[in-house]
Design a protein around this ligand. Structure first.
Ligand SMILES: [Zn+2]
Ligand SMILES: [Zn+2]
Length: 636
């Protein structure tokens, strides 16, 4: 009997005939049931609870297609049922799922007390309402993503159906081994990518790019050396949106990959934003682009968003759970559970196991864990970050003293992560009246849109920030951040301007434009707040370079840029754990680990952290190189 048939039989068994079920469908890891009597489910909430607990799957209940009323009529009813104060920003009908997406600023008012408004909508219109939070400030990218998802819902449904067929396919072989191959970010930072294989599954963990690559072969994960047909990949898991984890993804789909992509909703949106920014920057620099805007949007059809701590079958023998990684909006640590629980692997992605203004520290409690792959960006013995409070005071002091002497401050930031962390600190200085009143703070480039996306997903933020976002007091839209109305060169040559701009390592982006006009003035200041990878312009300036050769975009001539501005680095804003935090995290993981695999760090940092684990924890520890394969368990 097919899996779908067995589920249909179980649904018939569990639900009373009054539920009037007309159709049961598999949608990737979830089950959708259609009913002619949605009221039966509204009156008796235990019906769904019973289904979920007996099927051990997430279940969605939708009204049968015969109950759908015309869209225009339904929209009128919906607008009448929802109070005006909810501020509806969009209503989209998605016939492929019998769904209506209601985007509003205050989704609590769309839902109603105990879900009463939602219940009313499905009963009066037949359309299943899905409340979606609108960002406080409009974001073009987010709007585009939501439009695309609705427009291509039928294609997404097909992907979900094909995925379910693969997941619930009978296992062909007895699974008795698990192998991990490093395709990138082995003893380096950038192009994170692992291939996890069992007898029945091939899963990719991350798929990034390495911007600091000095040779084209070092830019991408080494798929070329694997001879792996992309059609054989069963699933891809993306930990977070930073391009060193997601930047190569669209390219795989231009080459025939059809695997579902698992990540959180904010990761889905932010990776589209960062990929768009990436092709925009490389396109402008005439470097040619790996993929087009259309290719980026195409990947959206394959994304299956999942929430933290929801357990999801992704192949016949592997089960995935994502946990908060504390690193950026939507960032996740991956937990993979094999077969009958024989083996459990954790892949941290990038983690912050310490204080940040935006997120709770990374989760370190897992149901089971035999081996861990851990990042080591700050894994070296001297990689200790300064205390946060003193660092923030130093940031304030540099900003104020620079503004007072008539200079400008440039803070290169990753568009997502450091930008928002620094924005929150500056917003607090402003609220407390400690920021020099002559300081004009600007947030340039994608960092602005990224901040807007933060306001659409308050659930992923720390509780006090959630509260502020829900009280219409979002720090990201504070008046301290002024809109940019003049040319970059004017801001760079003005007085008292504090500019946050990507890219964080001065590898292109608006930060470099500002730098060119600011570098030679000793009254100006440049403050690094994030990690500067080897080989980047940021690392060279941080290392004390006083002259940088640059190319004049108009004449193509090489000029020398003199660095006379004040330079400082503040490591405490990092979204990465420092050495102490990484060791603290490993120490506190329950249950005790049996093996540590170190990645995502310069060679000396990765080797050093692995050495520490070997000596202190007395367990097997490696710092993996690109193309290393490890048998995680089993015998072959
Ligand atoms: Zn990252
Ligand atoms: Zn990273």
């Amino acid at each position: 009997m097919s899996y779908l048939k067995s589920i249909q039989n179980k649904v018939d068994e569990i639900l009373p005939s009054s539920a009037e079920i007309t159709k049961v469908e598999l949608e990737g890891p979830e089950i959708a049931i259609y009913t002619k009597n949605p009221a039966a489910f509204q009156e008796n909430e235990r019906l769904i609870g019973n289904l979920v607990s007996q099927l051990k799957k997430r279940v969605k209940v939708r009204a049968d297609s015969s109950l759908l009323i015309p869209e225009a009529q339904a929209e009128k009813i919906i607008r009448k049922l929802i109070p005006e104060e909810a501020i509806i920003t969009d209503i989209k009908f998605v016939p492929a799922f019998n769904q209506v997406l209601i985007e509003a600023i205050k989704i609590g008012l769309v839902i109603g007390k105990g879900g009463s408004t939602l219940k009313q909508i499905i009963i009066e219109t037949g359309w299943t309402p899905e409340p979606v939070r609108a960002p406080v400030k409009e974001s073009e990218v987010l709007k585009g993503i939501r439009y695309y998802l609705a427009k291509h819902a039928a294609d997404r449904k097909k992907v979900l159906k094909n995925t379910a067929e693969k997941i619930y396919h009978d296992q062909e072989k007895k699974n008795n081994w698990l192998k991990l191959t490093c395709l990138g970010a082995g003893r380096e930072v950038g192009r994170s990518c692992f291939l996890l294989e069992s007898a029945n599954s091939k899963v990719l963990l991350d798929c990034g790019l390495n911007f600091a690559a000095s040779h084209p072969a070092e830019l991408y994960p080494r798929f070329d050396l694997l001879n792996l047909p992309l059609s054989e990949i069963d699933a891809i898991v993306i930990t977070h949106a930073h391009l060193d984890h997601s930047g190569f993804l669209p390219y795989l789909y231009t080459m025939g990959c059809k695997a579902p992509i698992y990540c959180t909703e904010p990761t889905r949106d932010l990776m589209i934003l960062l990929q768009m920014d990436y092709i925009g920057v490389t396109g402008k620099e005439g470097k040619g682009t790996l993929y087009t805007e259309k290719d980026i949007m195409e990947t959206l059809k394959y994304v299956i968003p999942i929430k933290y701590e929801d357990v999801t079958d992704i192949t016949p023998d592997l089960r995935l759970t994502l946990y908060n990684a504390g690193h950026m909006l939507g960032s996740a640590t991956v937990h993979i559970h094999e077969g009958d629980g024989e083996f459990n692997l954790i892949y941290t992605g990038d983690i912050k196991y310490g204080f940040t203004r935006l997120f709770n520290p990374a989760q370190n409690n897992f149901p089971r864990c035999e081996a861990i792959v851990i990042e080591s960006t700050y894994g070296g013995p001297r990689s200790i970050q300064e205390p946060r409070r003193e660092s923030e005071e130093r940031l304030l002091q540099i900003i104020n003293s620079t503004v007072q002497r008539g200079g400008n401050v440039l803070i290169p930031v990753f568009a997502v992560g450091r930008a928002q962390e620094v924005m929150l600190a500056i917003e607090q200085f402003y609220r407390e009246g400690r920021l020099d009143p002559n300081a004009n703070v600007y947030v340039d480039g994608m960092a602005r849109q990224a901040s807007a996306i933060h306001t659409a997903y308050p659930d992923y933020l720390k509780q006090n920030l959630q509260k502020r976002a829900l009280r219409d007091d979002s720090p990201f839209v504070s008046e301290v951040f002024k809109p940019i109305e003049s040319e970059r060169v004017e801001l760079a040559k003005g007085k008292g301007n504090v500019i946050l701009a990507p890219s964080g390592m001065l590898q292109g982006g608006p930060a470099v434009e500002y730098l060119k006009h600011m570098a030679d003035n000793p009254d100006n200041a440049l403050i690094f707040v994030g990690y500067q990878a080897e080989g980047t312009l940021g690392r060279r300036i941080q290392g004390g370079a006083k002259e940088i050769p640059t190319t004049d975009p108009k004449t193509g001539k090489i000029k020398s840029l003199k660095i006379n501005m004040f330079i400082d680095s503040i490591s405490a804003f990092s979204g990465h754990s420092d050495r102490r935090e990484l060791i603290g995290y490993l120490n506190r993981i329950k249950p005790r680990l049996k093996r540590v695999i170190v990645n995502h760090g310069d060679e000396k940092n990765a080797v050093s952290l692995a050495g520490y684990c070997r000596n202190s924890f007395k367990i097997e520890s490696y710092s993996t190189r690109v193309m290393d394969s490890l048998l995680l368990y089993g015998s072959v």
